[in-house]
Every structure is written in structure tokens, then in C-alpha cells.
Design a protein around this ligand. Structure first.
Ligand code: FE2
Length: 264
């Protein structure tokens, strides 16, 4: 979720296209060329298959109407440009109507491997492929609807559920632990850390447990939640999320597993 921005959104023209510079397109090329070889054995099969469906260019930043055309064919989703600053309510409204909000700027070269806020590489490469997967798409839409119906006091709680699944989720497969979270699959550093480091905790996903878990946005995660199948997300879309929030409030927040300040 987005709060303080140091970047300026790139505004699309009437056709929805942004005139990226050669340097911006080179940045995309360098990011995608670095990330693709890291995915094997680390990203889950559903993500790899979904990425193949997207057919992203290596040489230029994909334009949002091109990405939307593929999403529409599979699940009826599209991706829409948003300013760097958007509220929880706007995010929920967009997701509830199968529109994924995407920042349109691409990071500066000095933030090649560490990014303070999501850019178009994270949004397009990290998020949009799995929106072609029906189970994942159904969960994302239900999440937006739950957010729209929720009391604003519960928005930060719901943000944790998104964080520990869509952004930083892991999945257990027959071939071993893999990632499906957009924040992981779009980050070479965190992809290795999340799956191979001894430092973070890896817990079986439980919605109430995830709602009770604080996180920081500016460091690699201290805790990852692991699902066994995308069916778990599909089932979660049909569960009573307000009841889970109530139960999480009753049990109280976990102590942070990371040092220093809490960001959410
Ligand atoms: Fe994200």
C-alpha cells in the first residue's frame, strides 16, 4: 500500500500509453534480465506459467493497455495507472472491480536492487501475471470487496492480509518451497533470502495469525506465511473476513519479530 512518494507518476496519453525514455526502457531491460534467471526453482509453477502468458518484452516497459488485454482474456481484470499516493479506499474500490492499481514510474538506477516504493517493474512483473490465475484473481477481488465493506479502523488489519499473501506469500510444492508473492518474485535479493536464508521464520498461513502480525516495508521480511495450494486463497475469499479481524483484535497483535520501528 502506498503512502509517501519521492517519485512522480508518468501520465499516460489518451490511448493509455506512456512515452518512456530510452533510459527508462533500458532500466526495464536490466531489471527483467536480472530477475528471469533467478526464478527457476524459486517462483512457483503457477507464477512461471502466468509469466509466460504475459509475453513481456525484455526491451521496453510494457504499456498498461497491452497488459490489460491479456488479463481481460483470462479473468476479466485490467490494470490502471494511479498516482504514487492513493488511499486504502481507492485500492479496495479498484480491486473490488477487478482493476489493479499500478504506479507508472520506473525506479532510478541507484535503486536497482533496493526499492523504497513499488514501481512499474514491481507492479507489472510482480503482480499482473497471477491475475491471469482464476483462484488468485477471485481472492484479489473478494479482498477488495471486504475492504470496501470494512470499517476504516480495520484497513490496516486488512493490509496485513494482503502483505502476507499477495505481496510476500510462499507456497509449499512437491518440488519444495516456492514463492508467489509479488514483492518476492520481483526482487532478486528477497527471492533468495525468503527461500534460502536461515534468518526469517516461515509459518503455515493462518488468516487470523497473519492479521495479528506486524511488518516493516523497508527491510527483508522477518516472517513469511506459507500456503499449500492456491485453493487456500480461493477458500479465504469465501470466508468471513470481518469475523477474522474481530478474532485477531480479541487475541491482540504479536510482538514484532524484527528490530526497530513498525511501519504498519
Ligand atoms: Fe505490490
Amino acid at each position: 500500500m502506498k503512502n509517501n512518494s519521492t517519485y512522480t507518476a508518468r501520465m499516460p496519453d489518451a490511448r493509455g500509453y506512456v512515452g518512456y525514455t530510452d533510459e527508462e526502457n533500458r532500466m526495464w531491460h536490466d531489471l527483467i534480465s536480472t530477475q528471469l534467471p533467478c526464478l527457476e526453482g524459486r517462483a512457483c509453477d503457477e507464477y512461471i506459467r502466468a509469466l509466460e502468458r504475459m509475453e513481456f518484452s525484455r526491451d521496453r516497459i510494457p504499456q498498461l493497455p497491452e497488459v490489460s488485454a491479456v488479463l481481460r482474456d483470462h479473468t476479466g481484470w485490467c490494470v490502471v495507472p494511479v498516482p504514487a499516493l492513493i488511499s486504502f479506499s481507492t485500492i479496495f474500490e479498484l480491486l473490488a472491480s477487478r482493476r489493479f492499481p499500478a504506479a507508472t514510474f520506473i525506479r532510478n538506477r541507484d535503486e536497482m536492487s533496493y526499492l523504497r516504493e513499488p514501481d512499474i517493474f514491481h507492479e507489472i512483473f510482480g503482480h499482473t501475471p497471477l491475475l491471469t490465475d482464476q483462484r488468485f484473481a477471485t481472492f484479489s477481488e473478494a479482498y477488495g470487496k471486504a475492504g470496501l465493506a470494512a470499517d476504516p479502523a480495520d484497513h490496516a488489519m486488512l493490509a496485513r492480509l494482503f502483505w502476507f499473501t499477495v505481496e510476500f506469500g510462499l507456497i509449499r510444492t512437491a518440488a519444495g518451497l516456492r514463492s508467489y508473492g509479488a514483492g518476492i518474485v520481483s526482487s532478486p535479493g528477497e527471492l533468495c533470502y525468503a527461500l534460502e536464508s536461515d534468518e526469517p521464520q516461515r509459518k503455515q498461513f493462518d488468516p487470523v495469525d497473519a492479521l495479528r502480525t506486524p511488518y516493516r516495508i523497508d527491510i527483508f521480511q522477518s516472517i513469511y506465511f506459507t500456503i499449500d495450494s492456491f485453493d487456500e486463497l480461493y477458500d479465504l475469499a469465501r470466508q468471513d473476513l470481518p469475523a477474522h479481524i474481530q478474532e485477531a483484535r480479541r487475541q491482540g497483535m504479536h510482538a514484532p519479530a524484527y528490530p526497530h520501528r513498525e511501519s504498519a
